[in-house]
Design a protein around this ligand. Structure first.
Ligand SMILES: O=C[C@H](O)[C@H](O)[C@H](O)COP(=O)(O)O
Length: 257
């Protein structure tokens, strides 16, 4: 599979205890894409934490003015904790750039699975309002075909009372198993930032037209959003443990409906 991929590091970001692959990718994204006066979407997960730390440092060093729009409760809290300027889609409906993580990235099309941390819906809303979506990740997430490495399935946010029929419809149409995500620390299902449940659909291994799968899922009443991010990503920055960062650009068309 062809892909534009070249090294843009190494960067000096070897901090003890940090996940260097994630950190270098996130730092590079902040350094490359964040400019004074910008409205910036802040993604969710563990990789973006390094991005927020880097942004806080740059704000202090360069006296930048950047408004940050969160994609989750976690992101909102990060923005507050690092004393960044908190925005929202009411006051900032147009975002210049969003930087976010991913669970798996298909090299070539840059189709991503997101929502391993349960934040897919707000992440997709914020990305859809953004001029650019930059994905930051460690190299372990790059694949030629979705599902090669990420075995937890595609997260699908659903209205709680529709959970069972949605599970059945997905399994009857495509096979596999749509599993209700349970909370790690509370008895019962995990509840998203929007008060919904999540199904993780572990799909059978075959070739998919992901846009038609996404549209089929979205048309089931009660489905709020899917963790398939198709034709949304402008570039991916992928880090390695040595501190190198590679840039991935889209080189293949996504299969159409
Ligand atoms: O719901 C969570 C988000 O989609 C995250 O961006 C994704 O799970 C990647 O997270 P991490 O940076 O922790 O690998």
């Amino acid at each position: 599979m062809s892909a534009i991929s070249f090294t843009v590091g190494p960067k000096n970001c070897s901090t003890a205890g940090a996940d260097v692959s994630k950190m270098c990718a996130a730092h590079h994204a902040i350094d490359k894409h964040v400019k004074d006066g910008m409205i910036l979407g802040i993604g969710s997960g563990s990789t973006i934490v390094y991005g927020v730390q880097r942004l806080a440092q740059r704000m202090k060093d360069e006296n930048l003015s950047v408004v940050c729009v969160p994609t989750s409760y976690q992101a909102r809290q990060l923005i507050i904790d690092y004393k960044l300027t908190l925005g929202n889609l009411d006051t900032n409906p147009k975002i210049d750039c969003t930087i976010d993580g991913a669970d798996e990235i298909e090299v070539g099309t840059l189709t991503c699975i997101k929502g391993g941390g349960g934040c897919l819906t707000q992440e997709k809303i914020v990305a859809s309002c953004s001029e650019k979506l930059i994905i930051v990740a460690d190299g372990a997430k790059e694949v030629n075909r979705l599902g090669q490495k990420w075995k937890k399935g595609i997260p699908i946010e659903v209205i709680p009372m529709a959970c069972k029929p949605i599970q059945q419809k997905i399994e009857e149409k495509y096979g596999g198993e749509a599993v209700l995500r349970m909370s790690a620390d509370k008895a019962g299902p995990l509840v998203t930032d929007n008060g919904n449940f999540l199904l993780d659909w572990c799909f059978p291994e075959t070739k998919y037209c992901w846009s038609s799968v996404h549209y089929y899922l979205k048309l089931i009443p009660g489905v709020v959003e899917t963790g398939l991010f198709i034709d949304m990503t402008d570039e991916c920055l992928v880090g390695d443990p040595q501190g190198n960062v590679r840039l991935l650009k889209k080189t293949e068309q996504t299969l159409e409906l």
